[in-house]
Design a protein around this ligand. Structure first.
Ligand SMILES: [Zn+2]
Length: 265
């Protein structure tokens, strides 16, 4: 017995404590003091149980506090992004609408008299695919430290995972769309061009660029029309699958966070 306890791999606290307990128990048993022996055992068992329970309660309380802090940080990140994204989505959707109207005029579905500056702008800027702001520092931290499991709400955890996947897909898609796009004013400057104009609103001496179009030159050039169709289709994928779809995922996460935190706005 003594050689076992001497070479034991148990923590030193246990090694030091066990002989004392055993000695006291042995003394009680030797004296046939059953009552004292039972009390000795009960005190030790209850002591260990309470110690373990206190540790468990402390762990749970720490986890709940950490979960609450992360939920609040996630909410702040997501709410800020949703506000910024909404504004950008609206302008991109308006541009897509202008592009669709321009296409109707180019293919003769709508009259050429409907042609205006917004249609020309839509074609001239049909190569610009800027991603939405999507950085979520709190979520990145949770993923890198393996703390996503602190969130107990399963629908929220699943929505966060789907959002992560969508963010990656959206970035990959926009990079792919952007890869070989045609800048129409660079390839067809006689039909679509950008003029340098003074920026009157700026106090400093600055200039801006202003697109201009020759509608007949666009309509009479089948190669240019093919590139317009190509850019339109890219812009459609960018605005719908790339941006609007991602925005929906952010909104879903925001709604679930509001639910968890009891917010209503
Ligand atoms: Zn909110």
């Amino acid at each position: 017995m003594s050689s076992n306890s001497g070479s034991s791999e148990s923590p030193s606290a246990t090694v030091e404590k066990s002989p004392t307990i055993l000695a006291r128990l042995a003394r009680s048993l030797k004296a046939r003091d059953w009552g004292a022996a039972v009390i000795e055992v009960a005190i030790v068992v209850i002591g260990i149980f309470i110690g373990l329970q206190v540790d468990a309660w402390n762990d749970v309380r720490k986890d709940r506090q950490e979960e609450s802090d992360y939920l609040q940080r996630l909410h702040d990140d997501v709410a800020t992004l949703v506000g910024m994204q909404q504004q950008r989505i609206e302008t991109r959707m308006e541009r897509l609408e202008d592009m669709a109207d321009a296409a109707d005029i180019l293919i003769g579905v709508a009259p050429v008299t409907d042609w205006s500056k917004r249609h020309c702008d839509a074609l001239a800027f049909s190569h610009i695919y800027v991603p939405l702001p999507m950085a979520l520092p709190a979520l990145d931290e949770m993923l890198s430290t393996g703390k996503l499991s602190l969130i107990r709400d399963i629908p929220l955890r699943e929505a966060l995972s789907r959002l992560q996947i969508q963010v990656v897909r959206s970035e990959e898609m926009i990079a792919r769309i952007d890869g070989s796009v045609r800048v129409l004013s660079r390839h067809y400057p006689h039909a679509i061009w950008e003029s340098i104009v003074p920026d009157d609103e700026s106090e400093n001496r600055r200039h801006d660029t202003q697109p201009a179009c020759d509608l007949e030159a666009i309509r009479s050039n089948p190669v240019l029309l093919n590139d317009v169709a190509d850019n339109y289709s890219r812009y459609h994928a960018y605005a719908t699958s790339g941006l609007a779809n991602t925005f929906e995922h952010f909104q879903q996460v925001h709604d679930l966070l509001d639910l968890q935190l009891g917010f209503s706005h």
